[in-house]
Ligand binder design. Sequence first.
Ligand code: MF3
Ligand code: CO
Length: 290
Amino acid sequence: MIKLGRNDLCWCGSGKKYKKCHEAFDEKIIQFARQGHIVPSHDIIKTPEQIEGIRESGKINIAVLDYVAERIKPGVSTEEIDQWVYEKTTQMGAIPAPLNYCGFPKSVCTSIDEVVCHGIPDKNRILQEGEIINIDVSTIYKGYYSDSSRMFCIGEVSEEKRKLVEVTKECVEIGIKHVKPWTFLGDMSEEINKHAMKNGYTIVREIGGHGVGLEFHEDPFVCYVAPKGTEMLMVPGMVFTIEPMVNMGQPDVYTDEEDGWTVYTEDGLPSAQWEVTVVVTEDGCEVLVY
Ligand code: MF3
Ligand code: CO
């Protein structure tokens, strides 16, 4: 961190003097760092303009998911869902972030039943009554990234799977409630994990949430099995996703060696995920993308 003079212009770009802007904020962060905590660097703290950009991008992300929600049903292929996402996103003047991201071949991730995440849309994969699917949409609009996903139950699904989907959604809602500035990501994660465990479920350890906004994946990595008091300090202006992957059985997962993307549960039992993007505010958080 470069030490600014009190009368210098603040690093945040507000145009105000440092002493009237983020000086006290930085001192607070330094206190936490001295106590050995992981603290955010300035470059992951968003300005009000950047937050507005992410909010606008998020509106498109939500519209795309709503568009999918109106059409998804048994008999549809995951390739068709990919086409809907591509069409709706580009019609709205935006870019689907997954397309060509690190070589990902499609515009959206479609993850069915025991697929945990990063499922690749495929014309031969037809949705069947009784399946549960995660649709993970990410959008770039005017350079700003937003990211959210929802679960859909295809026709009638078993009570067991329906409950997994519901509890996973509750985990995200509990997470949202526990985002508070000057507390830790682990404080939020512990509550999410407790709720999953209470219902007999487990949470995937290797894959988690992430900072987002100016890039698809920014710091911090957001782990949902971390205990209270650990992981990064949350401060106003930080933007990240809450996206726990909740398994009906064991937490272990593996990645398909052939396609290099699709992540499965090791035990073959179903997994569910919901994802939102939040910004930490002065007294909690605002959900930018649901
Ligand atoms: N949307 C996913 C996330 O939440 C990332 C997908 S990466 C992709 O982080 F390349 F598969 F799209
Ligand atoms: Co994400």
